[in-house]
Ligand binder design. Sequence first.
Ligand SMILES: NC(=O)c1ccc[n+]([C@@H]2O[C@H](COP(=O)([O-])OP(=O)(O)OC[C@H]3O[C@@H](n4cnc5c(N)ncnc54)[C@H](O)[C@@H]3O)[C@@H](O)[C@H]2O)c1
Length: 212
Amino acid sequence: MASAVFRLPGVAFITGAGGTGESCILVDELNAVSLQHCNAGIGAAVAKAFARSGCSRFAITDIKSLASTKNTLLDINPKAQVLSQEGDIADESFVNSFMADVGSRFTRLDYAVNCAGVLGESLYCHETPLSAYDRIMDINVKGTWLTSKAALGLMINQEPLEHEGQRGAIVSIASQLGIVARPTAGADNDYETKRCPWLTVIKHPIVPRKRQ
Ligand SMILES: NC(=O)c1ccc[n+]([C@@H]2O[C@H](COP(=O)([O-])OP(=O)(O)OC[C@H]3O[C@@H](n4cnc5c(N)ncnc54)[C@H](O)[C@@H]3O)[C@@H](O)[C@H]2O)c1
């Protein structure tokens, strides 16, 4: 990996940070960040990339254990401050309570990265139970909306850190499937729904499929 030269003096909030993060983030000579050959652990990889790029204040969350990511962040920067809390991003009370803790601990939030998400089974629309659809929508759409809403609640009331008019940044990891249809992504519309749920809900079921 090329050496990173970013300055990230603010506070980073990252969901879905509980993976291994063994994959996948490259910073090229022009400092463009790209995800390559990722098959899991993007949230943890994002957190580590932030740490390697100079960020020292973190709020990380996931429904599964965050111990490994927290330890790695402290390995990268022993002086880093890491607020970590396991919880469900589809649960409004958890999201609001964690974001209140972020505000109390750091008094601001500058970079929010929504990486938490789930995949659905690869099924055609007519094969998929409503419960599977509800789970995807709950986590990928409502959960991402809840964390973005809570992050905005902090960002909108703070003074810009470095650049006039910029009070913070929110990035939501989605998929090329948000713009490219696939027949068996139609039913549960997995992660791509973060970006354009109304489009993907109607799009995938109408893609022609091979006769069986
Ligand atoms: N890996 C890829 O190639 C790829 C491609 C396109 C998009 N994406 C999207 O990027 C994001 C990250 O993908 P990944 O490959 O790192 O997957 P991953 O499964 O490794 O990471 C997702 C994380 O979200 C967490 N999570 C699941 N449900 C949660 C909930 N209710 N509350 C809190 N955390 C929850 C999981 O525990 C997991 O750690 C996902 O939204 C995924 O859909 C991934």
